[in-house]
Design a protein around this ligand. Structure first.
Ligand code: NAI
Length: 468
């Protein structure tokens, strides 16, 4: 039986990044993946293919509606969905192939098959229809991720009632698409199909969309998406979805009243749950929490010596970048180094147009907790580059400690929010203040000047807008 220092089960961003860092630290490393391709949900059926479709559908809308205001007339814009989907698949293939090359380049042994921990230091690898092999290691890292929540009252059938996986490859835009859940998945994939011509209605149980993000910004995002043609029913709890003659009927309650919605397809995006099935964690005594997530301490150790867990399968936001940082920290700790993840400063992004990005606390959270904070805001309509780009929707907003001025949180609503938030994340990582950021030179003309101006607005010093 081949013995390794570290075996990683699962090759998503958490697992494969952990494997690379482990190999860099001189540890003999193996990675086990049950699916045919490496890269996990993010690369194969999550972040990457959805961003490919978001980019393509954004270009389609630009060609149809946006180009004309730049003086570019494009006649007869038509949708070639097979090419759009094929491009998405090609992007995925390039990246999953890249991960395989990275494994090889770092001399990481890759095993294909279901990895099951049989004893605290042993893993059986069962390939689909093949013969099982056993491998051993002093340290085993579980990075098995998450799967969409499949509710018994609205079960996925893969055809009419679907998860995000199938919503990445509809053969044609559904005439009517019902989206259940106004989280990242519902809003992103709802946007894609709305842009490609579907009539999209989003049903959300809460009185707001994009829970976890700044409420004011989320409301502005809802307004923008509504203007683009998406319909929203908030405070609407879907109790069941039934399929009859290939059409879906959702039953929901809103304000005590029962409502029904019919659609060609229903995307159920009501959250994801930790996936630890088949990995043998429970059988070897690894403790799970009440939501089926693997319990770990601050060093990612489970209650069983030599077994660790990272990413979506443990508590915390289900985000690829959180999983990556945990993977790195976990193997650094295994190697006796000081691994650490700063959970206070993890950005979250919804990649709609405009994109909504947030980091740290929100204004509503500060109010709820009675925290003494100051807020600075700046609109992109007062930013030269945004106007030049014809992309002046949205705001930047800072929440700073009222006494120390330390930045506690920020939100950006803009076409480029996912990139703009990175600067704020970096300043927050260094414990910076709004003044630090506001006094930093930003190139002109750039969208990032709106970030600087919002930071200045905390002290009511913004230059290109009245400070009230
Ligand atoms: P989510 O948990 O973010 O949102 C689900 C929404 O569904 C909630 O607002 C909830 O109130 C609503 N809901 C639940 N049951 C309902 C019902 N019966 N009727 C009406 N509404 C109902 O879940 P989502 O969007 O599926 O995402 C899953 C995970 O994946 C999240 O942790 C998310 O952060 C992550 N993710 C992140 C992305 C990103 O960062 N861009 C992209 C995709 C997923």
């Amino acid at each position: 039986m081949e013995k390794f220092d570290v075996i990683i089960i699962g090759s998503g961003p958490g697992g494969y990044v952990a494997a690379i860092r482990s190999a860099q630290l001189g540890l003999k490393t193996a990675i086990i993946e049950k699916d045919p391709e490496l890269g996990g949900t993010c690369l194969n059926i999550g972040c990457i293919p959805s961003k490919a479709l978001l980019a393509s559908s954004d270009h389609y809308v630009f060609a149809k509606k946006g180009a004309a205001q730049h003086g570019i007339q494009i006649a007869d814009v038509t949708l070639d969905l097979p090419t759009m989907l094929a491009r998405k698949d090609k992007v995925v293939k390039t990246l999953t192939g890249g991960v395989r090359a990275l494994m090889k380049g770092n001399k990481i042994s890759t095993f294909s098959g279901l990895g099951t921990i049989t004893e605290p230091s042993k893993v059986r690898v069962q390939p689909d229809g093949g013969e099982a092999t056993e491998v051993a290691a002093d340290h085993i890292v579980i990075a098995t991720g998450s799967v969409p929540i499949n509710l018994p009252s609205m079960p996925f059938d893969g055809e009419t009632v679907v998860s995000s996986t199938e919503a990445l490859c509809f053969a044609k835009p559904p005439q009517k698409l019902l989206v259940i859940g106004a989280g990242a998945i519902g809003l992103e994939l709802g946007s894609v199909w709305s842009r490609l011509g579907s009539e999209v209605t989003v049903l959300e149980f809460l009185p707001r969309i994009a829970v976890g993000f700044d409420l004011e910004m989320a409301n502005l995002l809802q307004r923008a998406l509504t203007a683009q043609g998406m319909k929203f029913h908030l405070e609407t709890k879907v109790s069941s979805v039934k399929v009859k003659d290939g059409r879906a009927i959702a039953t929901a309650t809103k304000g005590g009243e029962e409502m029904t919605f019919d659609a060609d397809k229903v995307l159920v995006a009501v959250g994801r749950r930790a996936f630890a099935e088949g990995v043998g964690a429970h059988q070897v005594g690894v403790a799970l929490d009440e939501r089926g997530r693997i319990k770990v301490d601050e060093m990612f150790r489970t209650n069983v010596e030599g077994i660790y867990a990272i990413g979506d399968v443990i508590a915390g936001p289900m985000l690829a970048h959180k999983a990556e940082e945990e993977g790195i920290a976990c193997v650094e700790l295994i190697a006796g180094k000081a691994g650490h993840v700063n959970y206070e400063v993890i950005p979250g992004i919804i990649y709609t147009n405009p994109e909504l990005a947030g980091v740290g606390i929100t204004e509503d959270f500060a109010k709820e907790k009675g925290m003494k904070v100051r807020v600075g805001k700046f609109p992109f309509r007062a930013n030269g580059r945004a106007l030049a780009n014809a992309d002046a929707e949205g705001w930047v907003k800072f929440i700073a400690d009222a006494e120390t001025d330390r930045i506690l949180g920020a939100s950006v609503l803009n076409h480029a929010a996912s990139e703009l938030i990175a600067e704020i994340v970096a300043v927050m990582e260094f414990g910076g203040s709004s003044e630090d950021l506001g006094r930093t030179v930003h190139a002109h003309p750039t969208l990032s000047e709106a970030v600087k101006e919002a930071a200045l607005a905390v002290e009511k010093h913004a230059i290109h807008i009245g400070n009230r």
